[in-house]
Ligand binder design. Structure first.
Ligand code: M6R
Length: 611
């Protein structure tokens, strides 16, 4: 969702900005723009559509060459995607140029005040108030002016600002919305996330709330809003350029699906020893609280992270003797039951920046809950704010559709469950040996699943090409899996896919079942298979076209469905991971056969930093 880049140094900023924006494309956007300074003049170019459209426009009609600039990819939130609404935006006299991620929550009041002052607004955006406010409160000193304006802005925002009277300086702010400074040799970089910085530097500093960063080619300085100097503790990026390259793949989504044996191995790395789970980063939690301190576990997340959380809930509640509830983050942050220090709240977020989950986390903290973030981004806001963090270690996920993030989150949740039970008397008697062995085998099982299912799924996806609707059904953990499979198909194949608990179809949805309607029946949970087979028969009586997904060795499902896909058998708790593989592949092939860009589905963004 929207991306910011910035550059100051000796090189031509335009190339670096465009390259940086391309590395942020995965976040999702619908227009792009840059502002470049040659230390005398600032010139802006903005285009609706793709970065390629911006590049083409710059080639056709070049702007000035300069060594300083800011750039932006905009995901429309206030005002339609258009050239006019795209960033950078400036004040009436073209002194201040601003790119912005996030939302200025009080922009209506601010805009009203500015209109009363006679300001003529050009856009429908919330952002435009910022350059006009900078012009209004201009003290003649760039930094002071920014300091005057920041307290007027409410919301979460990252900003990069240029000023025509200080043409060698970029000012950057990160208020609950990520913005990272990159250090080079006589050059400085800015980016919403590290993927844009990887080709240039490994030394970074994520700007914190209430800090102002000033970037010139000579130095990068960080101060508090009150002017206290901060000595930024540089951190090293641990991801490599190699990890964000496509290699032989056409799309990141397929690359990331295929990476799962490796990423699950990374998630497990160093955590299972001598039939025990050790999670070093969570030891302090158990030093501070005995597990019996907790009366309830709440898991929060959105989209795929919510689905991982549902799997986590189902596993935890079978093993713990305390209630476990899973919540959609945006609901939890507004309404929830009683919370206290006795609630352990687990926030799941791949990006660690999802605004809904961030606000759920803050709500949990406001209510004294003990919080754990399970995230793929170590330096994200959610990781920083939560009391404890468990890193999923899946490496950069650049396709909008979450695939490896999902399997690594479930793996992490199962590790966490075992880890907590090892320290608890509030658990049901359960022998973990089998589950631990299965976890160790999991990367190989996933590898085998990829090999067994890829071709079959590719041909099934071709068959679904003329379908507009599809149903997925399952019981227990398979129902959660059905929800995730449906989300993937909606996202990347724009297919109206709906998931149902198999027993629920007869309570209404059956009216939609007409001859030939495709239904995917998930049957990975051996103990629930008997009832599922009856549900499949009900569908077959109405002539639905049923594809069964079951484990090798099961004959019951194959006998009642039109087509069957066999996957390897693993521990039942791990089947939502194994069986997710064919569903992810189905979404991928169904999307590509329809000619869609599966990495960047329409209207979606990777990291949703607005509520
Ligand atoms: O970064 P997060 O895990 O917090 O993101 C949550 C959802 O926005 C995300 O899982 C979304 O549903 C995916 N695009 C699904 O594939």
């Amino acid at each position: 969702m929207s991306g910011i880049v910035g550059y100051v140094g000796n090189r031509s900023s335009q190339e670096i900005l465009i390259h940086g924006l391309k590395n942020l494309e995965y976040r999702g956007y619908d227009s792009a723009g840059i502002a470049v300074s040659n230390e005398k003049t600032i010139e802006v170019r903005r285009e609706k559509g793709q970065i390629q459209d911006l590049e083409a426009s710059l080639q056709l009609d070049p702007i000035l060459k300069g060594n300083l600039g800011i750039g932006h990819t905009r995901w429309a939130s206030h005002g339609t995607p258009s050239v006019t609404n795209s960033h950078p935006l400036s004040d009436t006299n073209g002194k201040y140029f601003v790119v912005h991620n996030g939302i200025i929550e009080n922009y209506r009041e601010l805009r009203k005040g500015l209109v009363a002052d006679g300001v003529d607004f050009q856009t429908d955006t919330d952002t435009e108030v910022i350059p006009h406010l900078l012009a209004k409160y201009d003290t003649g000193n760039y930094l002071d002016t920014v300091r005057q304006v920041l307290p007027l802005l409410k919301g979460s925002f990252a900003l990069a600002i240029m000023c025509s009277t200080y043409p060698n300086t970029i000012i950057a702010i990160s208020q609950e919305n990520p913005l990272i400074v990159g250090f080079g040799l006589k050059e400085g970089f800015l980016a919403s996330d590290i993927s844009a910085l990887l080709p240039y530097t490994k030394e970074i500093y994520p700007i914190k709330n209430n800090e102002i960063a000033m970037l010139t080619s000579e130095r990068i300085t960080i101060e508090t809003l009150d002017g206290e100097p901060i000595h930024p503790k540089k951190v090293l990026i641990e991801w490599d350029q190699e990890e964000i390259d496509l290699h032989e793949y056409d799309y990141f989504m397929l690359k990331e699906i295929m990476e799962q044996p490796k990423t699950i191995k990374k998630t497990l790395e160093g955590k299972i020893k001598n039939s025990h789970v050790r999670i070093a980063e969570l030891e302090p939690l158990l030093n501070q609280y005995e597990f019996h301190h907790f009366e309830k576990i709440d898991i929060v997340g959105n989209g795929t992270s919510y689905h991982s959380g549902m799997v986590g809930k189902k596993v935890m509640e079978q093993l713990f003797r305390i209630p476990v509830e899973v919540h959609i983050s945006s609901e939890f942050s507004n309404e929830h039951g009683h919370l206290s220090n006795r609630n352990l709240v687990i926030v799941l977020s791949q990006s660690g920046e999802t605004a809904d989950s961030l606000s759920a986390l803050k709500e949990a903290k406001r209510n004294d809950c003990v919080t754990i973030a399970i995230t793929n981004k170590k330096r994200s806001n959610i990781a920083r704010i939560a009391d404890y963090m468990l890193l999923t270690n899946a490496g950069p996920e650049l396709a909008v559709a979450a695939t490896k993030a999902y399997t690594s989150q479930i793996t992490s949740l199962i590790l966490l469950t075992i880890f907590l039970s090892q320290h608890s008397d509030k658990t049901n008697a359960y022998d973990y040996t089998e589950l631990l062995d299965a976890l160790v085998q999991l990367p190989d099982v996933v590898e085998q699943t990829l090999i067994m299912t890829q071709d079959a799924i590719d041909s099934f996806a071709q068959v679904t090409n003329d379908q507009d609707h599809l149903f997925l059904i399952g019981r227990g953990l398979d129902y959660v899996l059905a929800l995730e499979g449906a989300l993937k198909l909606q996202e990347v194949a724009y297919l109206h896919a709906d998931a149902y608990a198999a027993g629920e179809v007869k309570h209404g949805t059956m009216a939609l079942i007409t001859p030939g309607v495709p239904v995917i029946a998930l049957a990975t949970q051996a103990h629930l298979r008997g009832k599922l087979v009856s549900n499949i028969r009900e569908l077959k009586t109405r002539e639905a076209f049923v594809v069964g997904v079951t484990t090798v060795g099961d004959d019951a499902v194959g006998e009642v469905v039109d087509q069957v896909l066999y996957i390897p058998e693993a521990h039942p708790y791990l089947m939502p991971i194994v069986a997710a593989i064919p569903l992810q592949l189905l979404a991928y092939y169904a999307g590509t056969v329809r000619g869609y860009n599966v990495d960047r589905p329409r209207n979606l963004a990777k990291s949703l930093t607005v509520e």
